[in-house]
Design a protein around this ligand. Structure first.
Ligand SMILES: [Zn+2]
Length: 74
C-alpha cells in the first residue's frame, strides 16, 4: 500500500531487504561462511528482513523505537 511504503525509514531503504526469513537466513549463512558475522531480524518498521552485525536485541529495540512503537524487551 502506498501509504505504508511512505513510512519505510531511510535506514530500511539503505539496507538490503529480504521478503522472508528464509531468504534472509540463506544470505546470513553464506556471509557467516565467509567470516562475516551477521544475523537476520524481522524489521517492525518495514515488515521485511534485514541482516545486522549488531545483537538482535539491540537492533530490535532500535527498530521499534524508530517505528514509534517504543523499546521492547527481547
Ligand atoms: Zn526495515
Amino acid at each position: 500500500m502506498r501509504h505504508n511504503m511512505a513510512k519505510i525509514k531511510k535506514s530500511c531503504r539503505d539496507k538490503k531487504r529480504y521478503a522472508s526469513r528464509d531468504a534472509a537466513n540463506r544470505r546470513a549463512i553464506e556471509l557467516n561462511r565467509k567470516g562475516v558475522r551477521v544475523k537476520p531480524y524481522n524489521c517492525p518498521a518495514c515488515g521485511g528482513w534485514h541482516l545486522t552485525h549488531r545483537s538482535p536485541a539491540a537492533v530490535l529495540n532500535a527498530a521499534f523505537i524508530e517505528a514509534g512503537m517504543g523499546p521492547v524487551h527481547v
